[in-house]
Every structure is written in C-alpha cells, then in structure tokens.
Design a protein around this ligand. Structure first.
Ligand code: AMP
Length: 452
C-alpha cells in the first residue's frame, strides 16, 4: 500500500493551505493593531525547557511529548550509553515556553521598557489519541506579552482574540468565553493543598488517574471528563474563595474591562487548563455548536512566574494560543466552505508545437509583469488546453497558432464573457515590459490594447 501521512497528522492540500495563509494574515493584521510583532522559534527545544516551563506532572510533558533525537544519539542510547542534557530534545508541544525562552535569551524585555508583544504561528506536536479536532500535529497561532502585570493586558488580549474570531466569520453568538483566576504563588499553594486533601478524602469515588493526581497535580482533577469525577469535583473547594486580596482585585479588574468593552463571559471556577505555568487569569473560548467534545478553539492566561522558571529575570507575562484546525471545523459547522477554486489571470494555449517557443516567451513576459498563469507542458490538443484553462479558472486564454504568428497576433479570449479579440503580439510584449508592477489588471491591459 502507498505510504500515508502518520496517524494524527493531516496534509493541508492547496485549498486548505491557502486558507491557513489567509488565517495567519488575518491574525497578523488584527494583532499588529495591538502592537504584536512576529517571532519564529525552532520546532524543537531542549526537553528541559518544557519540563521546567510547562511542568513535569502535566499530561503534555509526562505523556504527550515527541522526543527528537539524532540517529547518532539514538544509537548511543540503544547501546546503553547516555547523551548530554543539551542533546535531549523534544518537538514543541506548545509555543509559550519557546517564546518566553527566546525573550529571556535575547533580552527583549528591558527594565522600565515597554512590554514585549510577540505573535507566532506554526505546528505543535502532541502524542494524543487522535480524534476529530484532536491531532498529533496541529497548527496554532499564539501571542505572548511579557513585562506587564496590569489586568488591562489580560483583557486587551482576550478582546483581541474575540475580534479575530469575529473577523474570521465565526458567529459571535456561538462563542462562549470562560474565565477564571488561578491565584498566585501566595494563595495557590494553600488552595492546591486543600484540593489534594479533598481528593484524598474522596479517593474511593475517583478514577485511578484522579487518585494519582491528588499527589502529583491535584488541580488537573477539574479537567477529568469521567462522570463520577465531574460529580465529585462539583463539591471541591473553589479557587475563587481562596484568592488573596491582590489576586481578587486583579481578577475583578479583568472582568470589569471585559464588561465595559461589552463582552459577555462565564466565570468557571473549574477552568484550570492543562499547563502548570498559569497564575491569576485563565480563559478559554469554546464554540457551542457542531463541535462535539473538542469545542475549545483557543485559550490562555497569565504566567507571572514562567520567565523566572526558564532562567530569565522575574517578568510577568500573558499569552494565548488558538487552534487553526478547530477554528476551521467551527467555520465548517456553520456552513463555511473552503474555496477550492484558485483563479489565474491567463492560460496560453498553443495550436501546435511550432509556436511553443513563442508561447513560452510570452508566458514568462506575462509572469514577469506580475500576472499569474500557465501553459501546456504535455502536448495536449487545443480542446484539452481550453479545458485546462477552464479548470484553472483562467480569466483569459491567449491562443497562439501558426496563422496568428505569421500575422504577429495573438487571440485573446475572455473566458467568462466568451468574447475574443486579436492583439498585436509586439504591442502586448511592449505593454508587459512597461507594466512590470502589474498595476493594471490583465482585463484592463487587454482592452487598452484592443482599442489601439
Ligand atoms: P492549549 O495549548 O492546550 O492551551 O490549546 C490551545 C488551542 O490549541 C486549543 O484551544 C485548541 O484549539 C488547539 N489544540 C490544542 N491541542 C490540540 C490538538 N491535539 N489538536 C488540534 N488542536 C489542538
């Protein structure tokens, strides 16, 4: 059998790859209005970055990371040897740890300077059990804002994300914004202990994993989807009752900004999200229609201790990531169809091979002038070349034959209007040389030559 893409991965064929570009451009357009600049970090990092940044006990780090290893190091390990710490590499399961590492490494936040606002787009890798909306390689767009603690940063980023979904065309009334506060290093430890004690007291009602979580990562028990655990967790201590005064005020301010900007949200005290680095604000955006259980299309929060955790100076931060594939599923569930038709400006058809060299030169001149299109490379009949022009949605078919060539002409057929004009080949070439910037549409160029 022919080889297939690995389980949990998808090829983005041209229509979808085009949409992914559009998706990124739309995000860049909106996020740049809020001051975000692009950054690209490697697809793999030292494993230690994710262990320290995301947390050893998280599912993402403990179970889902793909190890990246050179053949040489693999052989060393297989023969019982060891490899250096810096050679222990993993494919990035998310973007925040890498961007924060880059900000620390390059000193992008200067004391007293403006916050660093960065955005990224690209693939993330998690060895999860594949299902609809859950892949092993998926694309995220995310932002990180480092250097400001103020709740206005949190609210601004959440609003920016909601504006992005709006711009994409996801129906606003199907979006659900959940918010919570996870507390800080002062109030969270005591809360964590109280949840651990609660879990231990209800151990016989919990699944094995949640029993284990009581010791390793108690707050993750809020994420368990098993009915019995969900029921138990309804009675668990609430973080909002355990926040210190500063966290309470910060959370209240975030909510105030959102309310004043006209955004509805749901306070969800069980929202803890899967990564250990969050402090204070966490949020998630879900789509309420047509998505099944994988209905979270984006989320993030504040991580005031992460920079110090990965070796930088103590710098507050806020970020989010949104999933491209899930946004596309949400759009499709609402009736959106990927535009499978690319359009081109021209298709140059040859009556026979004697005109091929001239056609080849004309195609290059058209492209050099900024127009896109193609010609036949397979010696097809004129009829099938026209078919091909139709398939490519060419606006114009330019037909060259021995008769046209002897008269120094090219027949130019408007494919939509089914009209034809004969243009002087020399005049067309001259106009193309003048029009290198392609400031004129091909239709306008053709009609200007037709009048001459
Ligand atoms: P997270 O990095 O887990 O906070 O996820 C942020 C967003 O990425 C989620 O809201 C999803 O839209 C998307 N996402 C996370 N994991 C996956 C996955 N395995 N497959 C597809 N999308 C994902």
């Amino acid at each position: 059998m022919a080889l297939q893409a690995p389980e949990g991965t998808r090829d983005l064929l041209p229509a979808e790859a085009r949409f992914w570009k559009y998706f990124q451009n739309t995000a860049a357009d909106i996020f740049s209005r809020y001051g975000y600049q692009p950054i690209e970090t490697p697809l793999f990092e030292q494993t230690e970055l994710f262990v320290r940044g995301i947390g050893e006990a998280t599912d993402v780090v403990s179970k889902e990371m793909f190890v990246a290893i050179s053949g040489e190091n693999m052989n060393k390990l297989l023969s019982g040897g060891t490899i250096k710490n810096k050679s222990r590499l993993s494919l990035r399961p998310e973007g925040t740890a890498s961007v924060v590492r880059a900000i620390a490494q390059h000193n992008l936040v200067t004391p007293g300077g403006a916050p660093a606002k960065l955005m990224y787009a690209g693939p993330m890798f998690r060895a999860e059990r594949p299902q609809k909306g859950r892949q092993r390689q998926f694309n995220q767009i995310g932002i990180e804002c480092l250097g400001a603690e103020d709740p206005s940063v949190d609210a601004e980023a959440i609003i920016m994300l909601m504006r992005f979904y709006q711009a994409l065309g996801i129906k606003f009334d199907t979006l659900r914004l959940l918010v919570n506060s996870m507390g800080c290093e002062h109030c969270r430890p005591a809360y964590r202990d109280s949840v651990r004690d609660f879990l231990l007291a209800h151990a016989d009602e919990l699944c094995d994993e949640c029993k284990h979580r009581a010791e390793t990562n108690p707050l993750r028990a809020f994420d368990c989807k098993k009915e019995a655990c969900v029921k138990v967790m309804e009675e668990a201590p609430r973080i909002t009752d355990a926040l210190c005064d500063d966290c309470k005020e910060h959370y209240a301010e975030v909510k105030r900004y959102l309310t004043e900007a006209g955004f509805d949200f749901i306070e969800d005290h069980t929202l803890v999200r899967g990564l250990d680095y969050y402090t204070r604000t966490v949020f998630e955006v879900q789509v309420t229609e047509g998505m099944g259980s994988q209905n979270a299309i984006g989320g993030g929060g504040r991580y005031d201790k992460l920079m110090a955790e990965v070796g930088g100076s103590d710098t507050p931060g806020f970020g989010f990531a949104l999933g491209y594939e899930r946004c596309l599923l949400a759009l499709e569930a609402q009736g959106f169809e990927l535009d499978s038709k690319a359009t081109v400006d021209f298709y140059v058809a040859c009556v026979d091979d004697s005109v091929k060299s001239t056609a080849f030169g004309l195609v290059q001149a058209l492209r050099d002038a900024g127009y896109c299109g193609d010609m036949d490379h397979q010696h097809r009949s004129l009829k099938s070349q026209f078919k091909q022009a139709g398939k490519m949605n060419a606006s114009f078919a330019l037909v060259l034959g021995p008769d046209e060539l002897s008269e120094g002409k090219v027949t130019c057929r408007n494919m939509e209007e089914h009209t034809e004009v004969a243009l002087s080949l020399d005049a067309l070439r001259a106009a193309l040389t003048e029009n290198r910037a392609a400031s004129t549409s091909l239709a306008a160029l053709v009609s200007s030559l037709d009048e001459k």
